[in-house]
Design a protein around this ligand. Structure first.
Ligand SMILES: O=c1ccn([C@H]2C[C@H](O)[C@@H](CO)O2)c(=O)[nH]1
Ligand SMILES: [Zn+2]
Length: 158
């Protein structure tokens, strides 16, 4: 685990990981055949799931992570304590650049982001360790631009 992230209690962590796997089942990934599931945890223990939703236009595709944020924020939920992401690849895969910027918009810089390998359950059952890469947006998007930057004093502007 990265020293930059805070500790998520074990039951919440397991619940969040399970939700990310469940979310992946609803991926609409008929073009790439690349399924992604994401799950967001709120401070009051609520979980919001998201899957990638592709489009025949290709450009209209939305990633699993952004689906979860759009669902949450559009229903009035703006505060998050952890994010889990899983694909069908047996190693932890990282959110794309666009999703990183959206995470940056809504999450604390040191919030745990759990990148879960597809074989997580098998690994745990065999006692091989969970294989999760635990990171944060501070690590994934260093020197980032965020909402508070728009509050900074500006020179030469009216
Ligand atoms: O962070 C990512 C990266 C990719 N995808 C999706 C988008 C597309 O449907 C498929 C292949 O890029 O994976 C996500 O959901 N999240
Ligand atoms: Zn993305």
């Amino acid at each position: 685990m990265s020293a930059l992230t805070w500790v998520l209690d074990v039951p919440s962590r397991e619940k969040l990981i399970k939700a990310a796997f469940e979310a992946k089942e609803f991926a609409y990934s008929k073009y790439s055949k690349f399924r992604v599931g994401a799950a967001l945890l709120t401070p009051d223990g609520q979980i919001i799931k998201g899957a990638n939703i592709e489009n025949a236009s290709y450009g209209g595709t939305i990633c699993a992570e952004r689906t979860a944020f759009v669902k949450a924020v559009s229903e009035g939920t703006m505060s998050f304590v952890a994010l889990a992401v899983v694909t069908d690849v047996a190693s932890p895969l990282s959110p794309c650049g666009m999703c990183r910027q959206v995470i940056r918009e809504f999450c604390p810089q040191n919030m745990p982001i759990l990148l879960v390998p597809a074989d997580y359950n098998e690994r745990v059952a065999k006692g091989l360790g969970d294989g999760i890469l635990e990171t944060s947006i501070a690590e994934l998007l260093p020197h980032s631009f965020g909402p508070e930057d728009l509050e900074l004093p500006r020179q030469g502007a009216d």
